[in-house]
Design a protein around this ligand. Sequence first.
Ligand code: ADP
Length: 423
Amino acid sequence: MTTYFGAIADDFTGATDLAGLLARSGVEVSLRIGVPDRPPADPAPIEIIALKCRTAPVDEAIKETRAALDWLRDAGAKRFFWKYCSTFDSTPRGNIGPVAEALMKALKTDQTIYCPAFPENGRSIFMGNLFVGEQPLAESPMKDHPLTPMRDSNLMRLLEPQVTLAVGLTNRHTVAKGPQALRDSLAKLKDSGVAHVVVDAVANDDLFVIADACQDLTLLTGGSAVAMPLPRLWLNQGLVKRRDVEGEHRFEDGPAIVLSGSCSAMTNRQVAAFLGQGGRPSLKLDPLELAEKGAGPALEWLSHQDLSKTPILYATAAPDAVRAAQERLGTDRAGALVETALASCAAAARDLGIRRFVVAGGETSGAVTKSLGVTRLDIGSEIAPGVPWCFARSGNHDVAITLKSGNFGNEDFFAMALEVLDA
Ligand code: ADP
């Protein structure tokens, strides 16, 4: 099998979000964590490479994405996607624009589109302005993001300082007229030298129009939602095939564990709901204790539990407790202590026979997959929008793992994840 669609994501849970939406089509989706060291041996029709370059220095981000592009081309990919956050997380230096321009150059293409809209999740674009729910981006909580504060809502103005070529817009009135109107608009903009085109989308239907009109562009860029309709279009043309039902998604029989390092409001509710079910062996990790005693006591605790009851290990805490730990230890150290402890517990759990892992937290997911030695995830069914079950090899075992970023999923996510897998 060769790859048709190759995507590069600028962060880890963004990649799983994209993978989950693309896998809805029934086409096999494979996610690689970082650029694989080896050339593609058994590529899937849709390959996604998850990088961690959202806030990396521009040169580094370009170098990594170029390496990812080379790998995807070796896998046979003909269409490419540069996936970033639906809130356009970037600074005047980058990395959305510079990476897109470097990919365009490498692919010898002279135009691409920018569409971070995700109407189902309240992200819409009108006249080039991005809205989060009913708020313009620059009035949303994103204005105070610690690394990429978004102080303007206009995507053309945000993009212009990031790129060298001309930026333009195809607005909603054109998109609403359908794919041919959008194609005509892109062609007209190309004739006047516009390389970077922001495309409005306020409703789900707009995404289908955009996918239809842009399916033959070599490079598309955007959030996960604009890519979602593409596999079905390609299925209809016989360019990709649905996965065989036989023999897919194997994982060994074995108990499950929940590892939660996210402190988002939703994860706090999810942990409380899971504990509220009663009968779960549970251990709360405290960064201050970890600083003193390390992960040893948690590992010791785990080795004495009845694993068939789905233990939960969590550092999830309310904002004031998190702040208190950060003040004592420093934000980075507190985070690293928790991530290291949960990562060690994941590997120990696997060695004790655990074969299903439910992980909460973007950074936490990165640490856990690294510790489990997972480099490739085969994407299965979605538990919640943007959170699929994934299947992987870890220490010579076939395991199932789901990686949930902060605010994703409903309150009963942990129990639901286990049900979806048993179904
Ligand atoms: P999210 O997806 O919700 O952002 P992440 O795992 O990406 O979750 O980030 C949460 C960060 O907070 C991690 O670095 C984690 O180690 C850290 N953390 C978790 N629990 C605590 C705590 N009780 N005190 C301080 N930091 C914590």
